[in-house]
Unconditional design. Structure first.
Length: 340
């Protein structure tokens, strides 16, 4: 069967352009792949166009707009997911317009489809007290408890994204001073982050216990499950939720969050650094943000920092001999005349 121009272009986009020219991460490529799996499903189920018959010329702006609506109504996706799907489609059509300039008009029409506005959620993070109680829960007399404590301490100390934690190899850990962990972030960008002495000690004991310090294990995942395979996102989330539940039972007088997911640990680290007075530029570098404006979300969310800044800038201007304003008859008369 002869390949369609859509099939050829999509194949080159996913297998060559994204990894080779854009150098995007494997997770991003998977997300883009999933987007076009849903596009093909939509055209098949709703428009009766089989994938092998779909061409670039058959895809119009109206089809993409209806596809996004179909995602929301029938697939019940969130606005965030809808916008992620549209971002993938935009990226494909920016590539397509240079590969097929004869279709540039329709490509630009599709590129003009706007993202949907969404309500910005409040950043979820834990107080130092709550975090302390959660870290007390693993049973360190057992091997699994020691592993879980090391995972949580490393996740917090590095401020890593969950995928960055999963991707850590033993060679990425430097235990000699200065102790650091090298993380591989979005776009395969690598950064070294410092770790504190307690975390370093936990990691050293964990690596010795699991024989990860041997030269032959340099490419072995630092954290792995009972099958000796790298943890998955749900696996890390399960560990966090497990110890959150235990902390709630042990300290019923404390108000904990309803849930505890890996990205919440990252938010918690950023907020604690901000409350400690660490410069926003250093927090940006630790978290691996490209632009400091991304890191500023923590500044906007930190009410304690705002309060301290307002108090520091506040000047006492009211004195004892200042007259009460409602006794100023000239002002009252002026306001009455002004409002007529």
């Amino acid at each position: 069967m002869k390949q369609t121009d859509f099939a050829r272009t999509l194949t080159r986009f996913l297998s060559d352009y994204l990894p080779s020219q854009r150098n995007v991460s494997t997770n991003t490529i998977k997300s883009y792949r999933d987007t076009f799996k849903q596009v093909l499903m939509y055209f098949d189920l709703e428009l009766n166009i089989k994938p092998e018959h779909l061409t670039i010329g058959k895809i119009k702006k109206e089809n993409i707009r209806d596809f996004l609506l179909w995602l929301e109504k029938h697939r019940k996706v969130s606005i965030n997911t809808r916008n992620q799907r549209l971002a993938a489609i935009h990226s494909f059509y920016r590539y397509t317009q240079s590969e097929h300039p004869e279709n540039i008009f329709e490509c630009q029409r599709i590129l003009g489809i706007p993202f949907k506005k969404r309500e910005k959620k409040t950043i979820e993070f834990l107080s130092l007290e709550c975090l302390k109680y959660i870290l007390e829960q693993p049973d360190t007399s057992k091997k699994r408890g020691r592993r879980d404590l090391t995972i949580m301490a490393t996740l917090y100390d590095t401020g890593a994204r969950v995928q960055e934690l999963i991707d850590i190899k033993t060679r990425d850990v430097r235990l000699t001073q200065p102790s650091t962990i090298t993380l591989t972030g979005k776009g395969n960008k690598r950064r070294s982050v410092p770790i504190m002495e307690k975390t370093r000690a936990l990691l050293e004991n964990y690596m010795i216990e699991n024989r990860l310090s041997d030269n032959g294990n340099q490419d072995h995942p630092l954290f792995y499950n009972s099958n000796r395979r790298p943890f998955t996102r749900p696996g890390i989330t399960y560990i966090l939720e497990k110890y959150l539940k235990q902390a709630k039972e042990a300290h019923s007088e404390i108000v904990f969050s309803e849930r505890f997911h890996p990205h919440m640990v990252r938010h918690t680290k950023a907020m604690h650094l901000l409350e400690a007075g660490v410069n926003l530029i250093y927090i940006r570098d630790l978290l691996g943000h490209v632009n400091v404006t991304t890191t500023e979300i923590y500044l906007r969310a930190n009410s304690e920092t705002k309060r301290k800044a307002l108090e520091a800038a506040y000047m006492e201007v009211v004195t004892q001999d200042t007259p009460v304003w409602d006794e100023d008859t000239d002002l009252l008369k002026w306001l009455q005349d002004f409002c007529r």
